[in-house]
Each structure stands twice: as structure tokens, then as C-alpha cells.
Design a binder for this molecule. Structure first.
Ligand SMILES: [Zn+2]
Length: 610
């Protein structure tokens, strides 16, 4: 989900497996039993060396990746894959070698670095070479199967995910939507056998590193026990659930007006009618559910176009936002090396992303900017990543990342929440902000994106954690998936989904093995950050009208948090910006309070819940 991809540091997302060729190059320290107990001095030397080596490999990988993403050819793809292999195999080896210092008393920063090295993996390969090779093969095969996934409604017409996404977003033909939905979900079934084996092997590797299973390894990243973290997520979900249930009831009623009895009056919403293959965000059905007087009274896209705003000026607006908070201007290299427009002479990855090539200040964004309101906001979001990256560049290498994996996306989105009508007035793009009676349409649109997402953001890992722990067995993969979809989202498939299907496999992050809880956390945290910074800025308007633009105090709070990187447990970073040490979903409730009131009025006398 989300607007952007940020390049991940250690043991990345896509290429976590280690190719056999690369593995031969890395030292195999853990295979030899240690001759004598390790010392604290050796631990320090070990982390120093790891930081030096990894930094060098990450920079190489970054450069290769940048060239590949801005000039896609067979050669640049191979070079980027090779660089990724090198840095990832080194990361895997350091993670394993770090266990040598388990149980040793040492300074807090060294202990934290060793822990981060061990937790950097999303999958731990078993030490048995044959099993490692098998895991590598399975990982590649699953992601490959997903990437090549197509649905062919007829012999001569095949649709890839991009085509399918467009149809899901725009079609209002229930029959066509169901056909496309079922067609895409068919890619899951063939992946199931591999996934079952993947779970066995990755669990074995996780146990060798001292974790109960792969799910417990993922949950250990959050500076608390896996059990405490699970309980935290439950607590946050209970805080926000009433808002979701109200939104669900309203949308169900409006969809029932459109699609009739296909949508039950008081049961779950059919999964194929929400404008998105996974029903994870619902903003594509906004036109079907929009309130009558939804026009906010201005159209930023039109305003930008009528002023002949160019892509460079769009980015200058974004930089101006951060300068107004007291951040230094972007370096000259940012303007020279970024990609702002789609080149006419070559293939590029247009998906917006923020980069920090040298982990100091070689910051860049890569975007094919259109002059639209959406891209105006996205630029603010991407620059949020860049300013975060630069703020922690004084930290030791292993601490140059966000406080936990939810924080980076949350910061970008926090900045985007400050793109309000009042901000546009200050930029001179708008004469006068419309009064707040016009806000319901905007709030509803945003809720269809950010509130509708929450249960989905939560359940993907609830599901996988249960699979990794053995609570869900392969015989129940599909049933358990739909049980959770019903429980959290109030969504159901339009027909039977037997166990020869594997519907979770039709979502990228499952076959690609990318943890998902970070997106749930980011969704919660961005509103908590926004509320705290708005308060620091002295804003007394409704939260959706608060912008921190131009406020030095909010800027200082933000900068203090960003500069910590991941040097400290994340509650410390959260406290620096919000004064709270716990995540708190009441902020998202506060932000949408006017919408909640409106939804309650609309839902009066109608069924709520499922
Ligand atoms: Zn982002």
C-alpha cells in the first residue's frame, strides 16, 4: 500500500535470499564452534567492522539500484541484483555471527547493534546447505509466480495486475468485478505447496537464531516481547474499531443502493465491490458513497495547472514546507541527481520513492511528477523520508533508520496531513480556505483510504503469525484467511473458497514474504504525530485543518525525533515527539471526529456491524 517505496537498508524486501554463488564468498563463521568465549572487546570490533562493510555494500547497492530504476535494461537489472546479493548475503552472515555474543555483558550501544543485526532478517535460512538452497529456490519461485501472475478472461486477452487494478478501481459492473477478482485470486492456489514448505524451512532457520518461529522473530523487532507486542496491536485495534464499524455500515448501505441484494443489509460486504483487489483501501468507490454537498469549493489540480506550475516548482513547494520548519535546504546534489519527470527515451520505474544513496546527504527522489493535487501531496510525503534520512546521518551506521519500521512511512504521511487549505492559502495558491462545513467529503475520502485500511493492515500478519506458530495448519489456510477477513474487515468472498485455493497468496506481501504490520503502525502513528505537532504549533482548529507549516516549535520537536534514528528503543522516539511512550489510536479518532458524528447521523436506524 502507500504512496512510495523506500529503499530498505539491511536484508531488503525483495531479495532476501542468498544465491549459492554469492554465498561461497562470505565467511562462514558460525559453522565453526567458538574455541573460547567471546569478549566484549571482540563484540565491539565485530560491530565496527560490520558497520564499515555494510555501509560500503549498501552504497554500492544503492547506486546500482538507482541506475536500474531510472534506466531499466537487462544489464542494469543484473548489476542491481548482483549488488543486492552481495549486501544481503553479508547481512545474513553478520546476523548469524552476531549470535556468538549472546549473553555477553556489553555497552548498550553495542548490544543494540548486535540485536539489530540479528533482527534485520525477514527470513532466516537454516544452516543445512541443501535446505538453504531449497529455501532460496522456493522464495524465488513464489515471488516469480506472483510477478508473472495474469488473468486471461479469453484465449486472446490476458490481463496483468496493472490492468486488473484499473478495472477493479473503475468498473461498476458487479459481474465483471467478480470475474476479475476470482481470476486474479486463482494465482494463489499453485503457490500453496511452496508456501507450506517455506514456513517449515524458515521456522527452522529462525529457531537456529533462538526465536520460537519466524513470526516471533518478526514481532521481536519492537523493543518488547512478542507477546506484549501482539497485545499492543489488539489494544490499538479496539481503540479505533468503532470508527471502522461506522464507516463499514455507511459504505455497505450505499453499496446496497447501487448493487441491490448482492450486498446484504446487515452481513459482510462482498470482497469484490470495494474498488480494490484486496478491499484494503476503498477510496476508489468514493463516487458511489460521496455526500451530496461534497464539493470542497476548490480544485488544487486546476489551480496548479492554471498557474503553469512545473515539476521543479512542485518540489520547491515541498522543500519550502521543511524550510519553514527550520530544516536546512536540500543539497545541490538533490536537484542535480533526482528524477522528477518521466524520461522520453528509456524505461524507468515511475513509482514514487525517496533515496539516500550514501547514508549521509546524497538524497534524491524518483518520481514521474504530474501536475496534480495528488502528486503535490506525494512530494511532501517523499521529502519527509529524505529529511528523516538526513536528520539521522550523524548516528552510527546501524542506527541510520527509523525508530521502528512504522516510523518512516508515518513521518512522510504526517507531513502530507499538513497539506491543508490553510497551508495552500499561505502559499498563495488559494485566496481563502473554505469553511469547515465543506469538510465531510474530504474526510470521508481520506477515511476510505486510511480507516478502511486498518483491519487489513492488521490481519495479514495475524494470519502469518498463526501459520508460523502452527496454530493454522495447511489444511485450514483458506478457511483461516476468510475467518480473519470476516472478523476484522467484515468482508466475505462471493462464493465458496475451498482449500485447494490459497487466497492470501494473491497478495504480494505473502509470496514475497514482506512483513506488513509496519503499515498498520504507520497508519496509527501518523495521526498521533500530527496531533502532537499541531498542538505544539498551537493549532486550535479541528485536526484536519491544522498544518504545522511555518511553525518552529513543531519543527524542533519533529527534528529531535528524526535525529534519533533507531539509536534508542522506539518509545523514546515517540516520547520525543508526542510526550507519550505508548502508541495511541485516539488521535485518528480525534482527526475523524467530525466524520464520526456525520456517519452516526447517516447510520441512524440502519444496521451496524456484521
Ligand atoms: Zn513513503
Amino acid at each position: 500500500m502507500g504512496l512510495c517505496v523506500r529503499r530498505l537498508a539491511i536484508a531488503g524486501v525483495l531479495l532476501w535470499w542468498v544465491s549459492p554463488a554469492m554465498r561461497a564468498e562470505t565467511p562462514s563463521g558460525t559453522d565453526q564452534p567458538a574455541a573460547r568465549p567471546a569478549t566484549a572487546a571482540e563484540a565491539k570490533t565485530f560491530t565496527d567492522e560490520a558497520e564499515k562493510k555494510l555501509l560500503q555494500l549498501w552504497i554500492e547497492q544503492g547506486r546500482a539500484d538507482w541506475v536500474k530504476s531510472t534506466f531499466i535494461t537487462d544489464d542494469t537489472e543484473i548489476l542491481a541484483a548482483q549488488a543486492a546479493d552481495r549486501s544481503i548475503s553479508a547481512g545474513v552472515q553478520y546476523a548469524k555471527d552476531a549470535t556468538r555474543f549472546d549473553g555477553l555483558t556489553q555497552p548498550a550501544d553495542v548490544a543494540r547493534k548486535l540485536k539489530l543485526l540479528k533482527l534485520s532478517l525477514t527470513v532466516a535460512a537454516p544452516s543445512d546447505p541443501a535446505e538453504r538452497a531449497e529455501l532460496t529456490r522456493i522464495g524465488t519461485a513464489m515471488e516469480g509466480a506472483y510477478g508473472k501472475g495474469k488473468y486471461c478472461p479469453t484465449k486472446d486477452r490476458c490481463l496483468d495486475l496493472e490492468d486488473i487494478t484499473k478495472i477493479m478501481a473503475t468498473s461498476r459492473d458487479a459481474k465483471e468485478l467478480l470475474d476479475i477478482w476470482a481470476g486474479w485470486h486463482a494465482i494463489g492456489g499453485p503457490i500453496k505447496k511452496d508456501y507450506v514448505r517455506f514456513v517449515e524451512l524458515s521456522n527452522k532457520g529462525a529457531r537456529e537464531l533462538g526465536f520460537k518461529d519466524t513470526g516471533a522473530m518478526w514481532r521481536s523487532k519492537y523493543d518488547m516481547s512478542p507477546e506484549e507486542f501482539s497485545a499492543e496491536l489488539d489494544r490499538l485495534w479496539q481503540q479505533v474499531r468503532p470508527l471502522y464499524v461506522s464507516l463499514h455500515a455507511y459504505v455497505r448501505w450505499k453499496l446496497r443502493e447501487k448493487y441491490g441484494d448482492l450486498v446484504p443489509a446487515n452481513g459482510p460486504i462482498p470482497a469484490h465491490l470495494l474498488g480494490n483487489m484486496w478491499a484494503q483501501t476503498w477510496d476508489n468507490v468514493y463516487p458511489l458513497v460521496a455526500p451530496k454537498d461534497a464539493d470542497p469549493g476548490y480544485d488544487l489540480t486546476q489551480i496548479l495547472k492554471s498557474r503553469y506550475t512545473d515539476p521543479l516548482q512542485m518540489v520547491r513547494y515541498g522543500e519550502g514546507f521543511f524550510s519553514s520548519l527550520g530544516f536546512d535546504p536540500l543539497p545541490k546534489t538533490f536537484w542535480a541527481r533526482s528524477m522528477f519527470t518521466k524520461p522520453r527515451d528509456r524505461e524507468v520505474v515511475c513509482h514514487a520513492s525517496a533515496w539516500d544513496i550514501d547514508y549521509v546527504d546524497d538524497l534524491r527522489i524518483k518520481m514521474c511528477i504530474d501536475i496534480t493535487a495528488e502528486d503535490f501531496t506525494t512530494i511532501h510525503h517523499e521529502l519527509g523520508h529524505n529529511y528523516y534520512q538526513r536528520a539521522y546521518d550523524q548516528q552510527p551506521v546501524l542506527f541510520r533508520d527509523s525508530a521502528n519500521d512504522g516510523f518512516h512511512e508515518a513521518v512522510g504521511d504526517t507531513i502530507a496531513l499538513s497539506v491543508t487549505p490553510e497551508y495552500l492559502v499561505k502559499l498563495g495558491l488559494l485566496d481563502k480556505a473554505p469553511d469547515t462545513s465543506k469538510d465531510i467529503g474530504l474526510l470521508l475520502n481520506k477515511a476510505l483510504e486510511k480507516v478502511a485500511f486498518l483491519p487489513f493492515g492488521l490481519l495479514i500478519d495475524q494470519y502469518r503469525w498463526k501459520i508460523f506458530s502452527g496454530e493454522i495448519t495447511p489444511a485450514q489456510y483458506n478457511k483461516a484467511w476468510w475467518d480473519l477477513r470476516l472478523k476484522y474487515q467484515g468482508i466475505a468472498p462471493a462464493g465458496a473458497r475451498p482449500e485447494d485455493l490459497f487466497d492470501a497468496g494473491a497478495k504480494y506481501h505473502v509470496p514475497a514474504n514482506v512483513p506488513y504490520t509496519r503499515y498498520f503502525l504507520a497508519d496509527i502513528l501518523q495521526f498521533q504525530f500530527h496531533r502532537a505537532l499541531s498542538k505544539a504549533a498551537g493549532c486550535t482548529s479541528p485536526l484536519n485543518r491544522c498544518s504545522i507549516y511555518g511553525n518552529a516549535e513543531a519543527g524542533r520537536k519533529l527534528r529531535d525525533m528524526l535525529a534519533m534514528g533507531q539509536s534508542k528503543p522506539w518509545p523514546d522516539a515517540l516520547e520525543a515527539i508526542t510526550g507519550q511512550r505508548q502508541m495511541d489510536a485516539t488521535a485518528i479518532r480525534d482527526y475523524f471526529a467530525p466524520l464520526q458524528k456525520w456517519l452516526d447521523e447517516q447510520n441512524k436506524g440502519k444496521p451496524v456491524g456484521w
